[in-house]
Design a binder for this molecule. Sequence first.
Ligand code: 2M8
Length: 418
Amino acid sequence: MTDLDHRARDILCRNDRGGYTVPTHGLYPFQWNWDSAFVALGFAGFDRDRAWQELETLVSAQWADGMIPHIVFHQHDEGYFPGPGVWATGQTPPTSGITQPPVLATVVRRLWEEEGADPAHPRMRALYRACLASHRWFHTYRDPLGNGLAMVTHNWETGRDNSSEWDEALARVDTSGVGSYQRRDTGHVDAAMRPKQSEYDRYVAILQFGRDCGWDHRRIADEGPFRMIDVGTSMILLRANRDLLILAEAIGDAPAAAELRARIALSEQGMDWLWNEEVGAYCSRDATTGASSALVTNASFLAFYAGVGTPARHARLIAALARIEAGTRFLLPSLEAGSRDYDHRRYWRGPIWLVVSYMVALGLAEHGEAAWSERLRRDSARLIEAAGFYESFSPETGEGSGGGDFSWTAAMWLAWCG
Ligand code: 2M8
């Protein structure tokens, strides 16, 4: 084991709060949904029981309607805004009222296969049921166009919180009733790395809409102030449906398998709507106006991970990757340099996030693009080697940004790039 292996394990153990892991000390003091899924991959290399437990603790907070919340507030901490009192979801344990990208089923499949793929595996079977309920929730509440794509009703649901893809839709959000509140994030890290205040007001306004309608997910989906078809969530859900289908078949759950096959076919076709021929990439679209973001982000390349696209489209995506590579030092930036509001230090408007790079690299390898996949892996390793286990990294300088000793970055070192 190398020194970095030791440090990565140590970060996961120090961020462990007993059955779940915080993304980083201070800035994010609770359990986050997709962070935990990636963190389980990190634990899996040295503590199998703890890996499964991370996922089990997450789904212990699943709502009765099937939604797996984006934050679980297991213990009190004043250091984060918005905390449980602001969300006011009435759940036990307290949670936020929105979700995050459903990477869970894909991780469950990987852990289960690593342990011999026994259909009777009790921990896999319990998590299978949780994933199925969560995917059904997406299909019931988050497919307004009936085309198998996933709508998000808050930009925090995408995980790529302040991506420029959301700017136009966010600009329409009325912030006149937001009132005053105290942000906590800028007390932990440099404000130049975080979303701007005007953006935060909009995030809070969308939250308040959900709270004011008692977290009625039907109403939020139909009438909410932010309704985006997110390319990232749509691709991740499609991949997760494929992985869940493998589990359904192993278990012998024929009705669920048939349902999943139909969903997969629908989504494969639905993705056409996200393809922007002019840009040569899959881009998010506004569900209300139909407008394409026309922006190439790291999520555009999740097409490989989801297994969608024709050879011609793949060629254009690879051309976009080559263009991005030519314009920066490290892959894969969250937004192409030169795009409007690109900023190599500001959160999801440029910095590299290794969890997205990992999913893209996996997809590229599965589509015969081994050299590109390896390039992403190597760049990710170099970033950690030079800067440490940061939340994100500048694609231009390689410097770390956001929180330090970050759980999912440590997990990616252990499970992928290290
Ligand atoms: C960031 O998001 C949270 C809100 O969910 C925040 O900024 O307060 C995002 O990077 C998100 O993708 C991530 O899950 C979370 C915790 O790492 O932080």
